[in-house]
Design a protein around this ligand. Structure first.
Ligand code: UDP
Length: 367
């Protein structure tokens, strides 16, 4: 069996790395990796391939830093060329980026079977480019690997029982990765205080909206300044640091806005092994990232999500995640009232317990 894996953005390297490790156990499967180049910086791409031992891409398309239309169009053209040459049995795509959609359209048009990993997720916000990408990709997939019960239910609600495709609850490949890399975590070399909050902001709905971005950063500044106000019972230490690995998009926009940021530890994006250390050792995660919301839970950390909706609804339902949006006062309220996670959440096994990659490859072999 020959699988053409399409990836291009940071979270896809992390997810695909885990599945590639499982594929490598099967001599009967050949994997050809196409990197579209959507993320191409050293610290958003190269480092993941080096330190996570992800197989080197067989094709690098070099298509990044363009508008949605130009990027997706050029990806379709180039992926089609590769697919015609390689003649894979399957095209495998991950998540919800432009690279995902481009790979999906090529598969559909060339009648190559399509497997979508992280299928069925919905924010129900069609202004998100990710929501458009994932809905269109799901619709042309032959096999849809859903990470959660909620994702399976979303597909049922959209009538997928009547479509010619297979919906499988595989579990979440990010949990497989988190379990694997936990023991390989590396402490970053910059000055880190005993008690710190880990924060990431990169989603377009926040970065491209000045009011939202200001609300978030004003709240973070205030938390860092008045560190423990209202939270002494939970976090008795006096000093609290907010560590924020800045996505390149956020960095550019912040520079242009000239926000007065004095109390946050702004750093360049870190590799996954350092990221895992930061998640494992922080006291709280504040983020608009999809992946990080789950990783907070895998490492038993509370999470405040700086979005109006989430695809990971089960985390909100069990009380591990608080959705606050981007309003300064709401963020401060959520910070003041948050509590450490109690460990019994793990027993709920919301994400498959680390067996997702195994389930996915087994299904593909049996298809
Ligand atoms: N991540 C990382 N280094 C960083 C910031 C994030 O390795 O400096 C990881 C993070 O732990 C998660 C993934 O990148 O596994 C999430 O990527 P991102 O937030 O860009 O995308 P999303 O999950 O929102 O699609």
């Amino acid at each position: 069996m020959k699988i053409l894996t399409i990836l291009g953005a940071r979270p896809q390297f992390i997810k695909a790395g885990t599945v590639s490790r499982e594929i490598a156990k099967h001599k009967e499967i050949e994997e050809i990796i196409v990197h579209t180049g959507q993320h191409y910086d050293a610290n958003m791409s190269d480092i993941f391939f080096e330190e996570m031992q992800i197989p080197k891409p067989d094709y690098f398309l070099g298509i990044g830093g363009k508008s949605h239309g130009a990027m997706t169009g050029q990806m379709i053209e180039k992926i089609e060329e590769v697919a015609l040459k390689e003649k894979p049995d399957w095209i495998m795509v991950y998540g919800d980026t432009n690279s995902t959609l481009a790979g999906a359209l090529v598969a559909a048009k060339l009648h190559i079977k399509l497997a979508h990993i992280e299928a069925g997720l919905r924010s129900f916000n069609m202004n998100m480019p990710e929501e458009v990408n994932r809905i269109l990709t799901d619709r042309v997939s032959n096999i849809l690997f859903c990470p959660t019960d909620a994702a399976v239910q979303n597909l049922k609600n959209e009538g997928y029982d009547n479509f010619r495709c297979k919906v499988v609850k595989s579990g979440d490949v990010m949990q497989d990765g988190a379990l694997f890399y936990k023991n390989l975590a590396v402490k970053p070399s910059f000055d880190i205080k005993d008690d710190f909050i880990l924060c990431t902001i990169h989603r377009a709905e926040n970065t491209d909206d000045e009011i939202r971005l200001r609300g978030i950063f004003e709240a973070l500044e205030e938390i860092a300044k008045v560190a423990n106000s209202g939270c002494e019972a939970n976090f008795p230490r006096k000093e609290k640091q907010i560590i924020l690995p800045l996505h390149p998009r956020t960095k550019n926009i912040l520079n242009n806005l000239k926000l007065n940021i004095q109390n946050l530890t702004l750093i360049d994006p870190v590799g996954y092994l350092e990221m895992v250390w930061l998640i494992d050792n922080c006291s709280l995660v504040m983020t608009d990232s999809g992946g990080l919301q789950k990783e907070a839970y895998f490492f038993e950390k509370p999470c405040i999500t700086l979005r109006d909706e989430t695809e990971w609804v089960e985390l909100v339902e069990v009380g591990a995640n608080t959705l606050v949006g981007a309003d300064k006062d709401k963020i401060l309220d959520a910070y003041k009232t948050h509590k450490p996670l109690s460990t019994n959440y793990q027993s709920l096994n919301l994400y498959g317990g680390g067996k997702a990659s195994e389930n996915i490859i087994k299904e593909l072999l049996e298809y």
